[in-house]
Design a protein around this ligand. Sequence first.
Ligand code: ADP
Ligand code: MG
Length: 250
Amino acid sequence: MDRDIIYLENVIVDFNGFKALNGVDFIMDRGELRFLIGPNGAGKTTLLDVICRKVKPTSGILYYQGSQKLDRYPIYEVARLGISRKFQAPSIFPELSVWENMELANPRSHGIWSSLTHQITKTEREALSESLENMGLFEKKDHLAKHLSHGEKQWLEIAMTLAQKPKLLMVDEPVAGMTGRERHRTGEILSAIAGEVSVLVVEHDMDFVKTFSKTVTVLHEGRVLYEGDFETVSNHPRVKEVYLGRGGQA
Ligand code: ADP
Ligand code: MG
């Protein structure tokens, strides 16, 4: 069990009689890059909400890093535990430079005022620089964030999130609105991050999932319908029926 980053056992989320999650068993190894797919309304976002404690399950158990019960922690403690969620809309500061955004994300910086006034150490500076290098954003460090392309904004936000040293990073539809090149780069970035960090990705773009996934979990009507590599998943008759056959490309 110590290999798990997250383990959900029979999780039910009941919204006034409607079960958005209806008995989900879900397990993810540390360092894994996992893709979560499924038709609209399958419960994907609710699953992320449950893991980051935005939604409290009606029943079921959540274990984090093996044996830690997540149920004990309120939403505001989740980031400190190392669980991080990146939303679709980037939450960067558009009027600040790329570098200033990174300084704000520096773990020692608490709030905008202290982060803009205190000096970061050489080690911290190097870590932030390296993170920008990895995203291909270092040469743009003095640009205002608002002048970055849509994809670059997303990468900046990933770099900012990683500065907090999360153990589990969750991203909901990371390549929506991106160009083909940006999609590919995003896949490379997420693949490179995995290993160090466990990464859970909700995505609709089947070409993207096909290219970058190892294990894919299919959610349907609040349950895990199937799990496996892309090839196996996309050839599964039930998966084809409920999802891929209805607009999926595979
Ligand atoms: P997905 O992300 O897979 O499209 P969601 O997790 O967003 O699916 O939603 C699953 C189902 O739960 C949907 O039918 C949605 O309408 C419903 N739902 C989500 N959040 C709430 C809520 N706060 N109250 C009532 N129903 C909800
Ligand atoms: Mg969703």
